[in-house]
Design a protein around this ligand. Structure first.
Ligand SMILES: Nc1nc2c(ncn2[C@@H]2O[C@H](COP(=O)(O)OP(=O)(O)OP(=O)(O)O)[C@@H](O)[C@H]2O)c(=O)[nH]1
Ligand SMILES: [Mg+2]
Length: 456
């Protein structure tokens, strides 16, 4: 008997739990574990997508009552016969139901084995399977939208289209190898056509690769340090963005000492914010440590928001601060726009680039800040439905494919015979097949499913 079983709900107490059984003999196992209350709902006679209420049995004894759901092959998640038993949601009772399934012929499913089965049975592509894990782990609504688009095959279709484009060129080159053009003129025309096609391919590969950076920023966020001299309003900005009084705000200089960290959304960009101590010379030991930590944090952040108090003229500390952040990825932020201006914005812009003016206290000017963050970190709006690279594995495959396309392009430009370009394009194709899973090795597939939980 070959069928797998696992608890598909989280290992915690809840109202209900679900045990999933999949395989040719799933219904044979279900028959031994589940006894329908009403004889009319004999499992053999149940249609797919129907449910039955009844007793759950272990060692001949009723241990619980629950609901059995039936999915008949191929119309199920895995493409095989699937039975799902829902019981009461205690950890112990759920384990007993699973044990009964195992006692009656099912084998314990490995991590992600249901999804792996779906892959084997052609229910989904490799990139779609990868998206399932992203969907489970998605921490924001936007990530859910993206994972969903992927699980519906957006990337797969994009890769398929690229493969078609490549095959079109390689097949033309193959014909040329078999039947070389008679005249040199015709030869030139063919070569020019291929160069155009390969240039287009090159651009499409670049576009595909750039989706990885946008996706990564979306998943992991950008590390941002808020810095500036004491009382510039760093903690006020932090609190404005988090929406809670996370950092202490006072009009006393040197309020913040420890680094206060928080994840916030600025529009749809995730920021890992660090509110740091204000920069100044001080004899206070504790504050000094805070300043040192702030300087270290500037080194490890992807972006610095350099805050200035617009109601005051630039001071020695500001000049020193400007020197420290100059040349880094920095956005000068002229804060306290609700007060009268005394600051020399032109000087700051000359040293640090275009500034954003806002009022952290009033929450005004945050849209402009978002726009600037987008620009400084090169964040392009991601269109999830167009498909994007979602993980390092996919990126590596795409990179190798892009390299091969580049080689093909260079071969054509350098006037090598077309079969060289043809071979490079074949290589690109094989990397794209690996990406989409058409030719992924067992090892690659095993590595992907290691990330899954048991029961999915
Ligand atoms: N009017 C006005 N006041 C502000 C604004 N932002 C901050 N403040 C005030 O400026 C003072 C200092 O604010 P904080 O946010 O504590 O400044 P900080 O940069 O974190 O200061 P340190 O932690 O000491 O380095 C407080 O009294 C805030 O209310 C603003 O946009 N407008
Ligand atoms: Mg502060």
């Amino acid at each position: 008997m070959d069928c797998i079983a696992a608890i598909s709900t989280p290992p915690a107490s809840g109202g209900v739990s679900m045990i999933r059984i999949s395989g040719e003999d799933a219904f044979e196992v279900a028959k031994k574990v589940f006894r329908p209350k009403f004889p009319t709902s004999d499992i053999d006679k149940m249609n797919g997508y129907t449910a039955s209420y009844g007793d759950i049995i272990k060692d001949g004894q009723k241990i619980d009552d629950g609901v059995l759901l039936i999915f008949r092959a191929p119309h199920s998640y895995t493409g095989e016969n699937v039975a799902e038993i829902t019981c009461h949601g205690g950890i112990c009772i759920t384990k007993l139901v699973l044990q009964s399934c195992l006692d009656n012929g099912a084998r314990m499913a490995g991590a992600g084995e249901f999804t792996k089965q779906a892959l084997i049975n052609g229910k989904m592509s490799l990139t779609e399977a990868e998206a399932v894990i992203d969907l489970i782990n998605a921490g924001s609504e936007q990530l859910i939208t993206c994972a969903k688009a992927q699980s519906e095959g957006a990337l797969y279709r994009r890769i398929e289209k690229l493969c078609e484009d490549i095959i079109k060129v390689t097949s033309e080159i193959a014909v040329w190898i078999d039947y070389p053009d008679e005249s040199e003129d015709e030869d030139e025309i063919s070569r020019a056509d291929w160069t155009v096609s390969v240039t287009e391919l090159k651009n499409k590969m670049d576009d595909l690769l750039s989706t990885y950076d946008s996706g990564q920023i979306m998943r992991e966020g950008i590390t941002v340090a808020i810095a500036g001299k004491p009382n510039a309003g760093k903690s006020t900005l932090m609190n404005q963005l988090t929406g809670v009084q996370k950092s202490i705000v006072t009009d006393i200089e040197g309020t913040t000492r420890d680094i206060v960290e928080e994840m916030v959304m600025l529009g749809d960009i995730m920021l890992k914010l660090s509110d740091c101590a204000g920069i100044r010379e001080t004899t206070d030991t504790v504050e000094n440590i805070g300043v040192q930590r702030m300087l270290q944090r500037l080194d490890t952040s992807q972006l610095i928001l350099a805050l200035f108090d617009s109601s005051r003229e630039l001071s020695e500390e500001d000049y020193r601060f400007i020197d420290i952040v100059k040349g880094r990825n920095v956005i000068p932020v002229i804060n306290k726009s609700d007060l009268d201006t005394a600051i020399d914005t032109a000087y700051i812009e000359e040293k640090l680039g275009k500034a954003v003016t806002l009022s952290a206290k009033m929450g005004e000017g945050l849209d402009a800040l978002e726009e600037m963050v987008r620009e400084k970190c090169n964040i392009r709006k991601l269109d999830p439905s167009a498909g994007f690279l979602a993980n390092e594995r996919q990126r590596q495959c795409a990179l190798s494919a892009a390299r091969a396309v580049d080689n093909a392009y260079n071969a054509l430009m350098m006037g090598m015979t077309a079969d060289v370009a043809g071979l490079e394009l074949e290589t690109a194709l094989s990397h794209l097949y690996e990406l989409s899973g058409k030719s992924a090795s067992e090892e690659v597939i095993a590595r992907i499913f290691e990330r899954f939980c048991v029961g999915k």
